[in-house]
Design a protein around this ligand. Structure first.
Ligand code: C2E
Ligand code: MG
Ligand code: MG
Length: 618
């Protein structure tokens, strides 16, 4: 049907902006004009059709237009004939539509449909849906080639716009809602990342009212809603003022509940955002007068400001959420700026917590051993086993980073069992490798949860049997708080272990209750004095001098009394964190039995302990 036009006529379509063509005879309507080919009935139907219509020839010139189109365009129907069809309904303003239109005229494309905004001469503009379809038989020169139909869809568009506004705004505060906020944030991030003319940065104040729930609960939701609306008004005024004279006004949105956001596109740096947050706090400080109710509220604000490139909506919102949480936990009624280091710490904690359990199965832990040295004779009598995590991502981690987490999620039970087995096996190995030497005992740290959540007694018995280590060569370190007030299960466990021949030591003594009288009634045989005591002995290494020995006399007096008391109660005393020979000397004089610390050795791998044993052999 639609043969491809050939020759010069194929390019003869009127170009946009071209001057009106001279109306020639062939453009006239009437029985002798091009539309004469159609019957009178059809012409009448065309003229009276409620849909705005125009017939154009293959050059794109209007051959005939009906009354509906004339009315739509605010023109006389007769004046439309001979005009450029594309200009009437704005088909030439964008290249793609223009191309598609020409393809229809040339018979290469079946149809074109698009939406166009048309300006009426009386000043108002209307939205139209334009359809251009080819007319059969239009190949003949001078005949109508295509039919342009224009439907007024302004009412529908208007309704759609109003619906969208409803969907995108919060009815209580009339602010943009979460959906619109995220839409704006997404496009702001895209624009910021690719637009050279902008600062390429973005900022967000994430605000949450303090104690809003109480307002709702005590004064009712109506007052709560009014308060939210009043807060919204103040924030909007503040944003308008902040944006005055600058390129963009911060977007104020209600993200839900009592949460608001101030989004600064194209921000200039953290200062701009913290200033905005500061002003927001000040603005909200003024009491609210809600139809007779005077209400004071404060708010907490998380502030994030960063480069748009590489920032995702989720990343930004997570950062804002974390920062708001910090503002709350730091005491509320304040703004807090996002701190990557604080965040990394939180992330690592999370990452560690989630990879802890599988790590035990994957065998990612190692033990170091630190010598326990007799203060009188200077010989190594035992070692403390100290666990380390060889983390595939974060490297070698000390126990302070993960023991707490392992206690929280219970994986300490499994980990503790592994530590116990590995330490006992190693102690037995040293004993077998050095049969002529007094065997070293191994001291293993035990967490409270191991006593409560696992059968520690059975585990110890099994491991001793399995490794062949004598119970006397095993010492278990528990903290004071773990054994304090222990009755029932923990006490029975301690008793059973002690009966087995295993020694119980109280670790970090002095940091907790320090109730010696109570401890002496438990099956405990060793006190490990916390490092903070020894740190009070501030002597220069090798420069012990009785006269200068009063730098921190209180500590010394206390330690001396402690040691005497412990001895009287049948306990031996080990001092932790012995770093200088001065400290060691003082401790020896006081009567302390054993020392542990960097003076003797840092915690080291098992083979280094073997070397140490060999050097002291014979
Ligand atoms: P802790 O049992 O009091 O262990 C002594 C800590 O003091 C060790 O830290 C050790 O490296 C450190 N230290 C030793 N000598 C000195 C010194 O001269 N100066 C100073 N400043 N520090 C010294 P580490 O290895 O980081 O262990 C920390 C804590 O982790 C341990 O304190 C213990 O409570 C816990 N822990 C270690 N291994 C285990 C384990 O296998 N199970 C359990 N439940 N806890 C463990
Ligand atoms: Mg310990
Ligand atoms: Mg300790």
């Amino acid at each position: 049907m639609n043969g491809t036009p050939q020759g010069p006529t194929a390019t003869a379509v009127a170009a946009p902006g071209r001057a009106w063509p001279v109306v020639t005879e062939r453009h006239q309507t009437g029985p002798t004009g091009p539309l004469a080919q159609y019957s009178a009935d059809y012409r009448a139907a065309f003229a009276a059709a409620p849909l705005a219509l125009a017939v154009v020839d293959r050059e794109g010139l209007v051959v005939g237009a009906n009354d509906a189109l004339a009315e739509l365009l605010g023109a006389d129907p007769a004046d439309l004939t001979g005009r450029i069809g594309a200009d009437l309904v704005d088909l030439a303003s964008d290249a793609r539509t223009w191309h598609a239109y020409r393809e229809v005229l040339r018979g290469r494309q079946a149809k074109l449909r698009c939406t166009r905004r048309i300006k009426h001469p009386d000043g108002h503009s209307l939205w139209t849906q334009i359809t251009v379809s080819p007319l059969p038989g239009g190949e003949r020169r001078g005949a109508g080639t295509a039919l342009i139909a224009a439907a007024d869809i302004s009412a529908r568009r208007d309704l759609q716009a109003r619906l969208r506004h409803l969907q995108m705004h919060d009815p209580v505060t009339r602010l943009p809602n979460r959906a619109l906020f995220f839409e704006r944030l997404t496009s702001a991030l895209e624009a910021g990342a690719y637009d050279d003319t902008s600062t390429g940065r973005i900022g967000l104040c994430y605000l949450d009212l303090d104690g809003f729930k109480a307002v709702n609960d005590t004064l009712g939701h109506r007052v709560g809603d009014r308060l939210l609306a009043a807060v919204a008004d103040r924030l909007t005024a503040l944003a308008d003022e902040a944006g005055y004279g600058s390129a963009s006004v911060p977007l104020v949105a209600r993200l839900g509940g009592d949460e608001f956001a101030l989004l600064v596109e194209d921000s200039t740096g953290t200062d701009q955002l913290t200033e905005l947050a500061e002003t927001a706090l000040r603005t909200l400080q003024e009491p609210f007068d809600l139809s007779g109710q005077r209400l004071s509220v404060s708010a907490s604000i998380g502030v994030v400001e960063r480069r748009a490139a590489g920032t995702t909506t989720t990343g930004l919102m997570q950062a804002a959420d974390t920062t708001l949480y910090w503002a709350k936990t730091d005491g509320k009624a304040r703004w807090t700026l996002f701190d990557p280091e604080r965040n990394a710490h939180r992330m690592t904690r999370q990452a560690l917590a989630s990879s802890l359990r599988p790590a035990v199965e994957r065998d990612e832990f190692v033990l170091d051993y630190q010598p326990l040295v007799g203060l009188e004779g200077g010989g190594v009598s035992g070692v403390e086993a100290l666990v380390r995590w060889q983390h595939p991502q974060f490297g070698l981690l000390t126990p302070n980073r993960f023991i707490g987490l392992a206690e929280e999620d219970g994986s300490i039970v499994q980990l503790g069992r592994w530590v116990l087995r590995t330490a006992c096996r190693q102690a037995r190995r040293w004993q077998l490798d050095h049969p002529d030497r007094e065997p070293l005992f191994v001291s293993v740290n035990v967490a409270v949860r191991q006593v409560w959540d696992s059968d520690l007694v059975a585990d110890v018995a099994d491991i001793l049997a399995e490794t062949g280590l004598a119970p006397e060569l095993l010492q278990l370190e528990l903290t004071e708080s773990a054994v304090m007030g222990s009755a029932g299960r923990p006490l029975q466990a301690l008793q059973a272990l002690s009966d087995m021949g295993v020694r119980i030591a109280i670790d970090d003594f002095g940091t907790g209750y320090s109730n010696l009288a109570y401890l002496s009634r438990l099956p405990v045989s060793v006190l490990k004095l916390d490092g903070s005591f020894v740190r009070g002995f501030q002597y220069d290494e090798g420069a012990y001098d009785e006269a200068a020995a009063h730098i921190n006399p209180a500590d010394e007096v206390i330690v001396e009394a402690l040691v005497q008391l412990a001895h009287r109660l049948g306990l031996t005393v080990t001092a932790e964190c012995v770093e200088t020979s001065g400290q060691a000397e003082r401790l020896r004089k006081i009567g302390c039995d054993t020392g542990q610390g960097w003076l003797y050795s840092r915690p080291v791998a098992a083979d280094r302990i073997s070397v140490l044993i060999e050097s002291s052999d014979g």
